[in-house]
Design a protein around this ligand. Structure first.
Ligand SMILES: [Zn+2]
Length: 259
């Protein structure tokens, strides 16, 4: 582990990829008695599943869960004085609480920070309507019945309003594209530089975002080094010429306990 710290310290540029195995697992919410009641009340009713996403938002607003908070704290400590970039597949927004520079972060799968029309009718994002959120909180506290809740609607077309994240009918890429351009420009500056990459929990959900391009950069840049941390998919191809190391470990534990 000392080796990784040293390599980060020596590197001119550091790139971190947070994968789907780094995503918050909603443990607090799933263990919550009231939430379990609500899940039963919603049942298979498609018109009420939106309530779940607002409850997820509620849990996120309470702050990061301890295990992740410590992991992100370690990440912050490693990166804060470096020329870094973080690309994350996580949709829990925890990354934005880590004290890192938002101009050096990109989350292409979206999250809970803004909302969009399910059909992305106007290519625009909007803020979460606080009155809908407050109504869900009242329902959660038992001060309002499920029948009194109204799903928030798109102001333009009247369609469903959803959090801007993968899984909506037409994902509004407007939420991350600008930062993605900043990221690709930053990557251009890594050519022939001492460059350290760390993959944390990036599996095969969206390998085209982290795994494949990271491997490719380790292959082409002889001064690059790639750490791949994943509980199962930690293997690296031989073709990257020894410029990498796979570590079989849960990525959150790895940051929280090992580094
Ligand atoms: Zn719309």
């Amino acid at each position: 582990m000392q080796e990784i710290r040293q390599r980060i310290e020596d590197a001119e540029l550091v790139l971190v990829g947070l994968g789907e195995a780094f995503q918050y697992d909603w443990g607090v919410l799933l263990r919550d008695d009231r939430y379990q009641e609500i899940e039963k009340e919603i049942g298979d009713d498609e018109s009420r599943v939106w309530i779940v996403s607002f409850l997820q938002k509620m849990i996120l607003r309470r702050g990061s869960e301890e295990r992740w908070r410590r992991a992100y704290q370690t990440l912050h400590g490693l990166l804060k004085d470096k020329n870094y970039f973080v690309v994350s597949l996580c949709m829990d927004d925890y990354l934005y609480e880590a004290g890192l520079d938002e101009k050096r972060l990109v989350t292409p799968c979206g999250g809970f920070r803004r909302m969009q029309c399910d059909q992305n009718c106007a290519g625009e994002l909007s803020a979460m309507p606080e009155d809908s959120y407050e109504a869900v909180l009242q329902y959660y506290r038992g001060e309002r019945s499920i029948g009194e809740l109204e799903e928030p609607r798109c102001e333009k077309c009247g369609g469903k309003l959803r959090f801007n994240q993968l899984g909506v009918k037409r994902y509004a890429e407007e939420g991350y594209l600008e930062q993605w351009n900043v990221y690709t420009k930053w990557l251009q500056g890594t050519v022939n530089k001492d460059f350290c990459m760390i993959e944390l929990g990036a599996g095969m959900a969206y390998p085209g975002i982290i795994r494949f391009p990271f491997e490719k950069m380790a292959y082409y840049n002889r001064k690059a080094f790639l750490y791949r941390v994943h509980p199962q998919l930690y293997q690296l191809g031989e073709e990257i010429g020894g410029r990498g190391r796979g570590i079989a470990r849960d990525p959150v534990d790895f940051l929280e306990k090992d580094l």
